[in-house]
Design a protein around this ligand. Structure first.
Ligand code: CUA
Length: 325
């Protein structure tokens, strides 16, 4: 591979799919471009005007020809559409067993967290052959997480989570780029993805200097922000209990029901008034500016770790301990 390869390496399970579609698009484009230009030259010579008085013979439209040159391009375009859409939907649906990685983009770096607690900047270590799901947001402006070798590019947008996933297929070191112009040092917002053998990855995970899992960090944050003063685990507080919340259906005061997913929990922390749980008052203050996006995803992991609703917990809020996974 030279410094400017025509095609980047194929290092994810998506890469061959995307490349095959690209080859098809190229083949169709080249075939018709060459065909049209050759026809133009041939007709220009074959039907050139031979004398000033010469008038062309009137030609009636042929219905068969009209149908043929409408139906064939329609078919070719529909192949592009269905093929492209199937890859697009596949890239949008991470499998349930994917390794979760949280990504926060900010001017001008990538901050990545593993749920085991490891945090990285402009580097991501992942094992080969396992699907990896990225949950991404931005601390400031729009960025875009782009790994050419994985044929993965997903915008990272402030104020919301975007998700993508891939299965790396070859151990190695691959470029990570920011692919959305995001200010002065956009071109330096780059990094490396290290795809490791599973055992090496395990050693890397164990060897890090992580201070507890993301859920542990989230629990510390939960305590330092005094969230437990209102969110009693037994449900008798002024705010709803968070035990068993993650993934459940929440009935809102307006009668609607929402799924308590990452986005719902994020919004509940930063814009608590947006969706009020039925039976509760809109008394929660916003934590916008008090907790970073990295903190928010730690809180989400903490809420996740609270698991399913169980017997009432009677500990005081400061002593709440999360059942660890
Ligand atoms: Cu971040 Cu460009």
């Amino acid at each position: 591979m030279g410094p400017l390869p025509l095609f980047p390496q194929e290092a994810s399970s998506f890469a061959p799919d995307v490349d095959h579609l690209l080859y098809y698009l190229l083949a169709v484009a080249v075939f018709f471009t060459v065909g049209i230009f050759l026809t133009i030259f041939y007709f220009a010579i074959r039907y050139r005007r031979r004398s000033d008085k010469e008038l062309p013979r009137f030609v009636h439209t042929g219905m068969t020809l009209e149908i043929v040159w409408s139906v064939i391009p329609f078919g070719l375009a529909m192949v592009m559409f269905t093929w492209g859409a199937s890859i697009f939907f596949n890239e949008g649906r991470p499998p349930a067993d994917a390794i979760p990685i949280y990504v926060v983009g900010k001017q001008w770096m990538w901050k990545l967290q593993h749920i085991e607690g490891q945090r990285e900047i402009d580097e991501l270590h992942i094992p080969v052959g396992r699907p990896v799901r990225l949950t991404m947001t931005s601390e400031d402006v729009i960025h875009s997480f782009y790994v050419p070798a994985f044929r993965t590019k997903e915008d990272v947008v402030p104020g919301r989570y975007s998700t993508t996933w891939f299965t790396p297929t070859k151990p190695g070191k691959y470029h990570l780029f920011c692919a959305e112009y995001c200010g002065t040092n956009h071109s330096r917002m780059i990094g490396w993805i290290y795809v490791m053998q599973p055992q090496d990855y395990q050693n890397w995970l164990n060897g890090g200097s992580a201070s507890g899992s993301m859920a542990d960090s989230g629990q510390k944050l939960f305590q330092s922000l005094a969230c437990g003063n209102c969110h009693h685990p037994d449900g008798r507080g002024r705010c709803p209990s968070l035990v068993g919340l993650y993934g459940s259906d929440v009935l809102l005061s307006n009668g609607a029901t929402v799924k308590a997913d990452d986005s719902y929990i994020r919004e509940s922390i930063l814009q608590p008034d947006a969706q009020i749980v039925a039976g509760y008052q809109p008394i929660m203050p916003t934590f916008q500016g008090l907790v970073t996006e990295e903190g928010v995803v730690q809180l989400i992991e903490y809420v996740k770790s609270l698991g399913k609703p169980g017997p009432p917990v009677t500990a005081t809020p400061q002593q709440v301990t999360a059942p660890h996974r």
